[in-house]
Design a protein around this ligand. Structure first.
Ligand SMILES: [Cu+2]
Length: 443
């Protein structure tokens, strides 16, 4: 009898321990995954002590309607089933599709079913708690919070094999750290090439003080947008690309070796070949200098004569981009890598992988639609009748947006000349674009 009593007591103790160690509240996993959001709505607010988020990691395919198990093709800025030329999906229906640059169908790593992952927005000093669930079948993973200093929390830095063992398939791991310093940043995988395959998402820390801080900061009024820019290869996932980088890429349509490209200073990029650029996971493939595949783009709605903050994140694997807005010759840079700056009016900015640059756009042009363009800084594609750029649509509310506005032609760049020079923020060259310095002038 006594033995039975101790046995029951033991089981009760185990039971109570397990209740404690259960950790994340189960209902949030699927709820946030369905909504494509990252964090609980009863946390992460200005006066909350914590910001608690749930990220589910899994493989998915671009251009695939998983529900109907059918391949998709881009068509006039929308998706259509590959075997039906008359049906297109509405904006609500296509919410679950992953576009990439609309070419073929390749593997990505999705976070809460989205590519890139949903945004985490926390307030300065908040305790960020991230439960990460790895549903990839055979790959282990980790997550790094770019820009966070991880003082007092080095175990949450997410560097595989250095600050933690990778999270195995089927496992859940909880990160806990502090939201500091404030600014625009991103979270990303820190093992292998998973970041290039899509395991990343915006991480925005809102400052608590408003002294000498640019506005707007939080997205409560719909005046703040995020622009995650990535270089994109639509054939291969990153592990294959690494092998191609070592041994070469071949273009069988043109029957030639794809050589390393360079920037205007002559500096060579590696053999990581990009076909196009994407913004928030969407872009278009130009098979000729001016002809694109009509893939759907990210759209930013703006009211006329209003100021918007754009948080640009360099989520690329290799290439720098020059970012400008068609028809708008002036944008105001206000922060770089989370540091507030004296505002600078420029025509465009250059962003390298890992960098973050915030600018303010004043929507003071005619009621219309304009392209936000992130042009990859390679010299050679234009000579080869190719165009490597990421694009998104800036839609002035009130302007037409029906049919042809969904798949606009290539942007008309702003005019920059000797007479009307343009200023570029973060430019690593003495001159940009083509003008070569006259050596005698430099002496
Ligand atoms: Cu990083």
């Amino acid at each position: 009898m006594q033995q039975l009593f101790f046995m029951v007591l033991f089981l009760v103790m185990i039971g109570s321990i397990c209740v404690k160690c259960q950790g994340p509240d189960d209902k949030w996993w699927n709820r946030l995954m369905t909504q494509g959001l990252a964090c609980r709505n009863d946390t992460c607010r200005r006066n909350d002590a914590t910001c608690e988020c749930y990220l589910t990691i899994e493989h998915r395919l671009t251009m695939m309607n998983e529900k109907d198990r059918i391949l998709l093709l881009p068509f006039k800025g929308k998706f259509r089933p590959f075997n039906n030329t008359t049906k297109t999906y509405s904006e609500d229906e296509d919410d679950d599709f992953i576009a990439g640059d609309g070419f073929g169908s390749r593997m990505v790593i999705a976070v809460n079913r989205r590519f890139p992952g949903p945004q985490i927005t926390a307030y300065e000093n908040q305790n960020i708690i991230i439960h990460m669930r790895n549903l990839m079948h055979t790959d282990s993973t980790t997550i790094h919070f770019h820009g966070l200093h991880q003082k007092r929390t080095p175990w949450s830095d997410g560097v595989a094999f250095v600050s933690q063992c990778p999270i195995l398939p089927g496992q859940i791991y909880t990160y806990s750290c502090y939201a500091k310093p404030f600014g625009t940043s991103f979270y990303h995988a820190h093992i292998g090439d998973q970041r290039s395959a899509g395991l990343y998402g915006p991480l925005v820390i809102i400052p608590l003080s408003s002294v000498n801080i640019s506005t707007p900061q939080d997205d409560n009024d719909g005046k703040v947008y995020t622009v995650a820019v990535q270089d994109w290869n639509h054939f291969d996932e990153p592990e294959t690309l690494y092998q191609r980088m070592l041994f070469g890429s071949f273009d069988l349509q043109r029957n030639e070796v794809i050589n390393t490209t360079s920037d205007i200073s002559g500096a060579k990029f590696s053999r990581f070949h990009c076909h196009s650029g994407i913004i928030n996971g969407k872009g278009r493939f130009y098979n000729k200098l001016t002809t694109h595949n009509q893939a759907p783009l990210t759209k930013y709605d703006v009211e006329p004569n209003t100021e918007y903050r754009f948080r640009v994140i360099g989520a690329a694997t290799l290439y720098p981009f020059r970012v400008y807005i068609e028809g708008h010759k002036s944008i105001r840079i206000v922060a770089s890598d989370g540091f507030e700056l004296e505002p600078i009016e420029v025509e465009s900015l250059i962003i390298h992988p890992g960098e973050r640059i915030d600018f303010i756009l004043r929507t003071d042009q005619a009621l219309s639609n304009y392209l936000l363009v992130a042009e990859i800084l390679e010299v050679e594609p234009a000579f080869k009748d190719q165009h490597h750029a990421a694009e998104a649509i800036i839609h002035y509310i009130g302007a037409d947006y029906n049919d042809k506005e969904l798949y606009p032609p290539k942007a008309i760049p702003n005019i920059c000349s000797d007479k009307e020079p343009c200023k570029i923020f973060n430019c690593p060259f003495m001159y940009y674009p083509e003008k070569k310095p006259n050596l005698s002038d430099m002496e």
